[in-house]
Design a protein around this ligand. Sequence first.
Ligand SMILES: *Cc1c(COP(=O)(O)O)cnc(C)c1O
Length: 368
Amino acid sequence: MPKFIPVSEPTITEKEIEYVLKAVKSGWVSSLGEFITKFEEEFAKFVGTKFALTVSNGTAGLHLALVSCGIKEGDEVIVPDLTFIATANAVKYTGATPVFADIDKDTWCISTEDIRKKITSRTKAIIPVHLYGHPADMDPILKIAKEYGLYVIEDCAEAHGAEYKGKKVGSIGHCGVFSFYGNKIITTGEGGMITTNDENLYERARYLRDHAMIKERRYWHTEIGYNYRMTNMQAALGLAQLERVEEIIQRKREIFRWYQEGLKGLEGIRINPEKEWAKNVFWMVCLLIENFDEEKRDNFMKNLRERGIDTRPFFYPCSMMPMYRKDGFENPVSYEIYRKGVNLPSSYNLEKEDITYICNEIKTQLYK
Ligand SMILES: *Cc1c(COP(=O)(O)O)cnc(C)c1O
């Protein structure tokens, strides 16, 4: 049996251990402490925004960002159909309705043309998702948003450090939301961050994150807020990871190049795009196989698994899920692409020889 290669595992070094230990030993184990402040300051610097606010996870961050923008029951929020379900669910938590726009066939991110088609008088916001590490095409999205007076909340959960025309994602819309789940570019175990240049939005999110307690009067709450705070221990892990983020991204890009080389010349496949205006951080290396359907894909995944190679299918379109399904509704590009895609092992710890082995196994599976 060959060794098992997971799709994703975190990279934890002595630095992370040292910082977490320091946080634990300090006694500041909850959501106050020096690591929280430092992590927020440094993350804001990294993204290039005035403010960054830690939250308990990315989903909570999306919900908090939406609520802070005033999204509520009766509103509509446009989200890409092909994304992790959290993007749509966060909209639902506010009482608003997620409206699923199709994706662009080249970037796999939300299609600007389809956003236009899905705007109604109830539309209040757009959540572009920088899927698998590639930024969405933001300029046309911002233009539409301005035209209709909509909020733009970037879902950056998979794209820490990705750039759109030289600007880091999370600094382009009204706010950005990141996730630090264990398989993301950097991790705090569970955790998230909201980034913004808008002081009012920041203050509002901060207040709602802490049960809407007013600054002037302790334990006085003027509306129903949330406990969406991160712990100092998680921030310690996050800060250590953030200090290594450039190195991690560089490695992600290198891993992608190894795949690119290893799969060169194979017909009927595609791997992640990188538009001329984009810096992709390749959260997951993706393989799209033209003649695949769900059955062929699942077989392919099973065979690779038997050879010790873990893979994941692409996300299903959100609009296929029982709670969002509407008869006859289909976004053609999302419904075509999801069946063809798998995520390949993409961890920081992989060596070139691992990728060579994986590429050879892929060739064997596709050509047998
Ligand atoms: C991971 C992820 C989230 C949710 O983040 P959690 O921290 O797991 O709550 C949201 N959106 C996308 C696109 C994600 O990949």
